[in-house]
Ligand binder design. Structure first.
Ligand code: COA
Length: 346
């Protein structure tokens, strides 16, 4: 048995906000943002677009890819049929349609017509897709009878940042990425190992306050009049998150390689969470990994949290840069604090 990613998709809002656009309104500059983060632009959803809308678009693209592989009927009909084959929808997000309930995954399930799928959201910050893949692998176990999962990372971060805080608002963007994951039964027909090889997941809850939305939950519920002031927004201790990120990325890469008993030379591509190019560069330098091994698209999308890794996978996949048999590593970290990584034979 193997757990394989058979299709990918992404949704990027058309509205592009460059560093220069921000510098026209805030005390910042393109040079500062680029040199401190690697970000050049971010994409911002219009006000009618919610998390589930981007998730739906990314999911549809992935379903159409499966439909094309299976090659029957017209595109819409195909996609609808493929949606019916989904057994579970897992959606990682920090910016759901609704606070608490219902899950955004249930909204997506309905709009896709995926009537046979269970649906749940996971809250693992920017590690959401990495956690989601491993949860999918667990749910698709042989005993379960389930065969196909849709794993999505989707975020509308622009709605939860303080646009007057130059230290925060420059960092984030909106977007969604999706992958369809399938349990295949006959790996003996192909290479000895395939699909999701290994996952590391971890958390350090002592860092909860380093990246947090203080208001709106049961700890600090809204009170009458609250919404007249500052809207709910994410707050961050940037230095603490930076240090955690470099350490967790470095250790997770080392541990994935050691546990699988392989060297970095065997890995074709590392697809890191796109939070700050300097985090990736610092970890790469510590481990002696050439920068080209890491795929970075942060310059165009900024940090899209749980969406950043599936967006990157879809870009690479559609550009033909992920060949069958390539060993791919994902690496991420985020609010919680959480961290993790997957090793996948494409
Ligand atoms: N433009 C211009 N100057 C800015 C600025 C901006 N957008 N944001 C901050 N500054 C200023 C600060 O006010 C400070 O000025 P001062 O020295 O006069 O006080 C100076 O730049 C340095 O600020 P600092 O916050 O120390 O910068 P930094 O080098 O630590 O970089 C981050 C800040 C946010 C880029 C960095 O801490 C980081 O990337 N942290 C991790 C963030 C992250 O990955 N979060 C998501 C995790 S999933």
């Amino acid at each position: 048995m193997a757990i394989e990613i058979i299709a990918t998709g992404r949704a990027i809002p058309p509205r592009r906000l460059t560093n220069h656009d921000l510098a026209a309104k805030l005390d910042t500059s393109d040079a500062w943002i680029r040199s401190h983060t690697g970000i050049g632009a971010r994409h911002i959803a219009d006000e009618d677009t919610a998390c589930s809308d981007l998730a739906l678009e990314a999911a549809r693209q992935a379903l159409v890819m499966v439909a094309a592989q299976e090659g029957s009927g017209n595109e819409t009909g195909d996609m609808t049929q493929v949606a019916l084959t989904l057994d579970v929808i897992i959606l990682g997000t920090a910016t759901p349609d609704y606070l608490g309930c219902p899950s955004t995954a249930c909204v997506v399930q309905d709009k896709l017509g995926a009537r046979n799928a269970a649906a749940l959201d996971i809250t693992a910050g920017c590690s959401g897709f990495i956690y989601g893949l491993e949860i999918a692998a667990g749910l698709l176990g042989t005993r379960s009878g389930r065969k196909r999962a849709l794993v999505i990372g989707s975020e509308i971060l622009s709605r939860f940042v303080d646009w007057t805080d130059r230290g925060m608002c420059i960092l984030f963007g909106d977007g969604a990425g999706a992958a369809i994951v399938e349990r295949t039964e006959n790996p003996s027909a192909g290479p000895a190992k395939q699909g999701l090889l290994r996952t590391i997941l971890g958390a350090d809850g002592s860092g909860t306050e380093h990246l947090i939305m203080w208001r709106g939950g049961s700890r600090n519920p809204y009170k009458p009049g609250d919404l007249d002031g500052m809207p709910p927004h994410i707050e961050m201790n940037g230095r603490a998150v930076y240090n955690f990120a470099v350490k967790s990325v470095t250790e997770t890469i080392e541990n994935l390689l050691a546990q699988e008993n392989i060297t970095i030379n065997e890995v074709s591509r590392i697809v890191p969470h796109q939070a700050n190019a300097r985090i990736v560069q610092a970890a790469g330098k510590r481990l002696g990994i050439p920068e080209e091994k890491f795929f970075l698209n942060i310059q165009e999308y900024a940090n899209t949290s749980a969406a950043s890794i599936p967006i990157a996978l879809d870009e690479l996949n559609r550009a033909g840069e992920l060949r069958k048999g390539d060993l791919i590593m994902t690496i991420g970290f985020g609010a919680g604090l959480t961290y993790g990584g997957n090793l996948i034979i494409w």
